[in-house]
Design a protein around this ligand. Structure first.
Ligand SMILES: Nc1ncnc2c1ncn2[C@@H]1O[C@H](COP(=O)(O)OP(=O)(O)OP(=O)(O)O)[C@@H](O)[C@H]1O
Ligand SMILES: [Mg+2]
Length: 406
């Protein structure tokens, strides 16, 4: 029955001893139950092949000329991903596994590429010999069928995994797209709001300055009248608040901001700013502390940084009841200056925390524009820095600003 096979003996190299080949074939699942004589004959007609790691054993779509047994090493079964230059790894086969049977059985080109994952030694049976073996031994055919089924199964599993992975990627891409679309719509709305705001604010600022000036004048005319003084103080404070809100709206409506950067000692800057707000905070029974361990220079637009400071301090103060604390720290972190502002105020729920940098988002406040944190973030990012916020309801809030060192 095996004469046909023996005719081909001369074609094959013989680096590996026949006994070694027999030992390998014997251990191969598809050839179990054969006699020693059968093993011997298969060993005779098998050809030893050696490949280096990374070498291609055969290409997808090439003609099927043989069947392979892995003696030692590993191969990857690769399939081209449609419309790309990339390959998907369908399976990995190793010592004792076989491959290359599918295209011989269905008489079609190779359905995948086989690449050596490590240096590898193979035994190859030619297409004709393999077909002869299938015809001669029904249990080999059965084992080969099993092998094909298992390959198809593992391929399916990999495809499903891949599909799931792609689904996830698509979902993420869709969410990103949705977010960008929302941002674009928002930007479109804002640019309109901005145009109107800048026109109106410009005209509002003058009468506001007049109101403030007259309130101060009244106060000067009645220096010993506490009732009048209290009222004029409120007028001045409220006008200042309106002025502040107007400046925020103007800043925001201008869109792209141009920075006027100068080297600043960040410690000195914060100390000066604390001096400005100290009195006001004291009146609200709020203690502010400053702990700096550094002496670093940053390149910043001072007016913009003042706005950052005031926005953060105002937000903290708004979140504090009497006896509140605000603690400011500066730390050196590699190429960054970390500036943290922590309060022990009423904090935020996660839902609020996730939205604080959204324009016009204001929560639990009377008269806030909801632009403070948006402006802070814009300014920090314009300085090539970033800002993080952590907060816990009823425990307080901590902002961390990272600014690049000069
Ligand atoms: N330190 C903080 N503690 C608790 N909540 C805060 C804190 N900082 C910000 N928030 C929340 O984030 C929201 C958005 O802040 P943001 O400064 O942008 O707007 P605002 O303070 O409401 O108004 P304004 O634009 O006038 O500053 C606030 O309304 C508040 O709910
Ligand atoms: Mg604010």
């Amino acid at each position: 029955m095996f004469k046909f096979l023996l005719l081909r003996l001369s074609q094959y190299s013989k680096v590996m001893t026949r006994e070694k080949k027999i030992e390998i074939i014997k251990k191969t699942e598809v050839f179990k139950n054969l006699s020693y004589e059968d093993f011997r004959q298969i060993a005779e007609v098998s050809k030893e092949l050696n490949f280096k790691k990374g070498e291609i054993i055969f290409e997808e779509n090439s003609n099927a000329d043989g069947f392979y047994i892995i003696c030692n090493g590993e191969v990857e079964i690769l399939k081209k991903v449609e419309d790309t230059e990339q390959n998907e790894i369908l399976a990995v086969k190793r010592d004792g596994d076989v491959f290359g049977e599918m295209a011989i059985i269905d008489d079609l080109p190779r359905s995948a590429t086989i690449k050596a994952k490590t240096d590898i030694t193979l035994l190859k049976l030619s297409r004709d010999i393999f077909n002869e073996l299938l015809k001669s031994f029904s249990h080999i055919a059965l084992e080969i069928a099993r092998n094909v089924c298992s390959t198809v199964r593992s391929t399916n599993i990999n495809y499903i995994r891949d599909l799931e992975k792609r689904n996830k990627q698509l979902k993420t891409a869709y969410q990103k797209l949705k977010k960008t679309q929302n941002e674009l719509i928002q930007a479109e709305k804002l640019s309109l709001v901005g145009k109107f705001a800048s026109l109106i604010i410009h005209d509002i600022k003058n009468p506001m300055s007049n109101i403030k000036a007259y309130a101060e004048l009244i106060s000067m005319n009645y220096p010993n009248d506490p009732k009048t003084n209290k009222s004029t103080n409120i007028i001045v404070k409220e006008v200042e608040r309106l002025n502040n809100m107007a400046s925020e709206l103007l800043e925001f409506s201008r869109g792209d901001m141009q920075l006027n950067k100068t080297p600043v000692n960040i410690s000195a800057f914060i100390s000066t700013m604390i001096d400005i707000v100290k009195e006001d905070l004291k009146n609200k029974d709020i203690i502010i502390s400053f702990n700096d361990n550094i002496d670093s220079i940053v390149l910043v637009d001072i007016e913009r940084m003042k706005r950052v400071f005031l926005n953060l301090i105002t937000n903290s103060a708004d979140a504090l009841l009497t006896g509140g604390k605000i603690s400011i720290k500066l730390n050196d972190e590699d190429n960054w200056i970390k500036w943290s502002i922590q309060d022990n105020g009423f904090g935020m729920e996660e839902e609020t925390l996730n939205r604080i940098f959204e324009p016009f988002f204001s929560y639990n406040k009377k008269g806030g524009t909801g632009l403070g944190m948006t402006i802070v973030k814009n300014i920090i990012e314009k300085h090539s820095g970033h800002i993080k916020c952590a907060s816990k309801k009823n425990h307080g809030t901590k902002f961390e600003i990272f600014l690049p060192k000069a």
